[in-house]
Design a protein around this ligand. Sequence first.
Ligand SMILES: *[C@@H]1O[C@H](CO)[C@@H](O)[C@H](O)[C@H]1NC(C)=O
Ligand SMILES: *[C@@H]1O[C@H](CO)[C@@H](O)[C@H](O)[C@H]1NC(C)=O
Ligand SMILES: *[C@@H]1O[C@H](CO)[C@@H](O)[C@H](O)[C@H]1NC(C)=O
Ligand SMILES: *[C@@H]1O[C@H](CO)[C@@H](O)[C@H](O)[C@H]1NC(C)=O
Length: 418
Amino acid sequence: VNDPDCKHLIPMNPNDDSLFKSLADDILLCKMINLSEPDTIDERAINKKKLTPFTISENLNLALNSASAVGCTVVNIKGKPHLVLGLLWQIIKVGLFADIEISRNEALIALLNEGEELEELMNLSPEELLLQWVNYHLTNAECLFSSPNQIAPKGGEDGPAIAIDLSGINEKNDLKRAGLMLQEADKMGCKQFVTPADVVSGNLKLNLAFVANLFNTYPCLHKPNNNDINMNLLEGESKEERTFRNWMNSLGVNPYVNHLYSDLADALVNFQEFDTYPALVWQLMRRYTLNVLSDLGEGEKVNNEIIIKWVNQTLKSANKNTSISSFKDKSISTSLPVLDLIDAIAPNAIRQEMIKRENLSDEDKLNNAKYAISVARKISAWIYALPDDLIEVKPKMVMTVFACLMGKGLNRIKNHFT
Ligand SMILES: *[C@@H]1O[C@H](CO)[C@@H](O)[C@H](O)[C@H]1NC(C)=O
Ligand SMILES: *[C@@H]1O[C@H](CO)[C@@H](O)[C@H](O)[C@H]1NC(C)=O
Ligand SMILES: *[C@@H]1O[C@H](CO)[C@@H](O)[C@H](O)[C@H]1NC(C)=O
Ligand SMILES: *[C@@H]1O[C@H](CO)[C@@H](O)[C@H](O)[C@H]1NC(C)=O
């Protein structure tokens, strides 16, 4: 809300098409994605000034490719309000649910029911965990009305006390009671997302958002000191696993994959070795990535060697002084070969003054990598890799970056979503 690029758009009138007008230059969409998954979009890659239809479409590419990379199922939304809303909801959910995950928030263990194994709790989706959280607090409070009272800080380590007025609980009119309940939630800064009418009508998405917001603000859970719990189970997913999961979700697998292993266990009964599963997913991702390049003509099959050769040639013919010897080439950690390649296939997309070329500190490398990935998405390359994949030169992910750029360079993908 305090963002200078969005100030003029807020508050929006919910009763007209302000939302769609505000989204028209796609800057707001980029900002929302970045709020839901911090640091997904590099500010420097967003076109903000002297917008033209072309630069606006670049912003849209950046937004859609980034949304896809954080696991949203994306279709071309241009001029289709209901699809815009669907995408917005997915983006908001990514942010709201980010911390409703046991490995990220161990206090959630407090929700373990009598006789329930930690593993069962860990396999729950964020929606199911939220429901369990609500029920946990309602065991001590009688209805949703008093839930703000149950979780509001009472002073002490949870923060300054907030006094919740429960007198509204006796209000007979549903709508009025919901209004009074939201008044109390407002004291905790948690009134967002819903109106009394939404509460009463049981609007699923909005009430889910309301409850998730309550959870994120005042979870009011304390990790039990229970020695029976096997904490080794709590190891969070690796970045690579997360990328695989986002990739699957962006392809629209149904149901949504919250946990790479347990959610797909049924589909995996034939794979004796769970260990081979991430390799398996990687094979699929590789095939999928290379599909855009599958037909280079004359029956030539794409392999790493061909991609590297194409990268070197393209860099050379654009008079760049970078090159790569393999996808493990240490120079990739500077992101300079990627940035130069983008400049070679989409002149003017890169602002050279944003790049640091010499004596790179770790921070400079991170800045180059973030910028490279955002600009690649802006020129409509469908990139899943994270900045760390470039900095740490993870060969598999590095391969997908160059393969996607080759697809773009050869004009195989005009735009993934149109
Ligand atoms: C995205 O988030 C990061 C970290 O929160 C912030 O530094 C950056 O400026 C944000 N970029 C945009 C485009 O909002
Ligand atoms: C790419 O260029 C580097 C450096 O010039 C060279 O060592 C490497 O052999 C080249 N690789 C291919 C496949 O062209
Ligand atoms: C490589 O090219 C860049 C400009 O594209 C230049 O700034 C840099 O000094 C060059 N590096 C070398 C080693 O020639
Ligand atoms: C990079 O470091 C070298 C040696 O430390 C120094 O001579 C050179 O001026 C530095 N270059 C830049 C652009 O800071």
